[in-house]
Write a protein that binds this ligand. Structure first.
Ligand code: PLP
Length: 435
């Protein structure tokens, strides 16, 4: 319910709606509580809205702000490098430095190209895979998000389990109107985390499959960790049948460690996508991969372009963000520890208040849902979530100054503290009691 607490945001939203479609610039920004909110500034782990409300932020701008809002080292690097120009339609020194850094940190990053965001880097990976293999389709998994473009805007959400069809032959439910019917021809889809099912399907369709794309941790729905052997099984299948294994590390990149999920799980994909946390909220992404795949671009058989790619400010932001993350060797250990402490605190709060809150994930990112299940293993399981209750939980947190992504996803940054984790647990306990 819109209360006085959000009245200035409500007023600005009314004004914005006159000129911006539904008042926002991205679909997901509509789903704040109690409506899209307008912010004035962010500092460290806190963000402030136009009504003067302060929030302890676990949204981190949907993931990118891994070193928090307005980190002084990031802002200083951008300021300094930007004074030399914005964009040259040509190369610049720091671009090589960033590529060398990623090459050193990410196991599969033999060659790379920079793009603007995750969505377009994903499409570049598909193009490379199709060019090298000469095959037309990719295999993807239910509930995995790979951007908003047509060929991946299916099978992300569904109104019910029935709408998904059988596990062996799922119906990919369209996420948007206006999707090209041809885009449905470009992919096959399966439930995640079931290697036997993938094995059978790939054996039957290997002649058509150029790529298998997966989030290495299914962050976007339920924050599901891969079953032991699942990622290794995908690697083996791709090797057997000459298929590109693509890891979409848009969330896991720089969040599970500087080498991404591929380093964490010890499975090296052929191609992978890094975006979000790479540059503290500045628009840069990277498609990185093994030389034998990326040379499709090197030899210009595959075209990849973009006027705005690797602009001075974004490259400087990425180098500075990585520098901050590297400075303290305990950064990731601390993010894991704090995340797990928060997860445990929420579980105990749920026990105390008798709520069926499932807290699942890895620490640096995790998910909360209200379900009778003990574990969520794939997208179909996520449909057991009591959405009304989750909405009430997220709204209750928001009204008390804790900001979490509406679908129950929490991100931890390198600058959250023990005290803030304890504050979040105390507030969550209060909210859970009230539900
Ligand atoms: N892949 C994953 C796993 C994502 O979470 C997202 C965005 O949330 C994307 C791709 C698309 O990235 P972008 O929003 O930068 O286009």
């Amino acid at each position: 319910m819109a209360t006085n607490r959000y009245q200035e945001s409500a007023r600005l939203l009314g004004r914005a709606k006159q000129v911006l479609a539904s008042g926002v610039s991205s679909e997901f920004r509509k789903y704040n509580h109690p409506h899209a909110i307008f912010y004035t500034h962010g500092q460290g782990s806190r963000i402030y809205d136009v009504d003067g409300n302060e929030y302890l932020d676990f949204t981190l701008s949907q993931g990118p702000l891994i070193v928090g809002h307005s980190h002084p080292a990031v802002l200083a690097a951008i300021q300094e490098y930007s004074t030399q120009g914005q964009l040259f339609a040509g190369q610049h020194l720091k671009e090589i430095e960033l590529a060398e850094k990623l090459h050193q940190l990410i196991p599969s990053a033999e060659l790379m190209r920079f793009c603007l965001d995750g969505s377009e880097a994903v499409q570049t990976a598909f193009r490379v895979a199709r060019a090298k293999t000469g095959k037309p389709k990719f295999l993807r998994f239910e509930g995995h998000y790979h951007g908003w473009l047509d060929n991946v805007a299916w099978g992300i959400s569904a109104p019910s389990i029935d709408a998904l069809g059988s596990r062996e032959h799922p119906q990919a439910y369209p996420w948007s109107g206006g999707l090209s019917a041809y885009s449905r021809e470009e992919f096959m889809i399966l439930p995640w985390n079931d290697i036997e099912l993938v094995r059978r399907t790939v054996a039957e369709h290997c002649g058509e499959l150029a790529a298998i794309i997966t989030e290495p941790v299914m962050c976007n729905n339920g924050c599901i960790v891969p079953q032991p052997g699942f990622l290794e099984g995908l690697r083996e299948l791709c090797d057997t049948y000459g298929i590109a294994l693509i890891f979409d590390e848009v969330i896991t990149g720089f969040r599970l460690g500087l080498g991404g999920a591929q380093q964490y799980f010890g499975v090296t994909p052929d191609l992978s996508i890094f975006a979000k946390a790479i540059a503290s909220g500045y628009p840069i992404s990277a498609i990185v991969g093994k030389r034998e795949w990326m040379e499709e671009i090197e030899t210009a058989r595959v075209i990849h372009a973009g006027t705005m790619n690797a602009s001075n400010a974004t490259v400087a932001a990425a180098l500075a963000t990585i520098d901050v993350l590297e400075q303290d060797p305990d950064t990731y250990a601390r993010m894991f520890r704090l995340g797990r402490k928060l997860m445990q605190g929420l579980r105990e709060a749920a026990d105390k208040t008798g709520q069926s809150l499932l807290v699942q994930g890895m620490g640096p990112m995790f998910n909360t849902s209200f379900t009778p299940l003990q574990q969520i293993r794939d997208y179909r399981d996520t449909l057991s979530n009591d959405k009304a209750k989750l909405n009430a939980f997220i709204a209750g947190l928001h009204d008390r100054g804790i900001r979490v992504i509406g679908r129950g996803l929490w991100y931890i940054s390198a600058i959250h503290t023990d005290e803030e984790i304890e504050q979040a647990v105390a507030v969550a306990t209060e909210v859970l009691k009230s539900l």
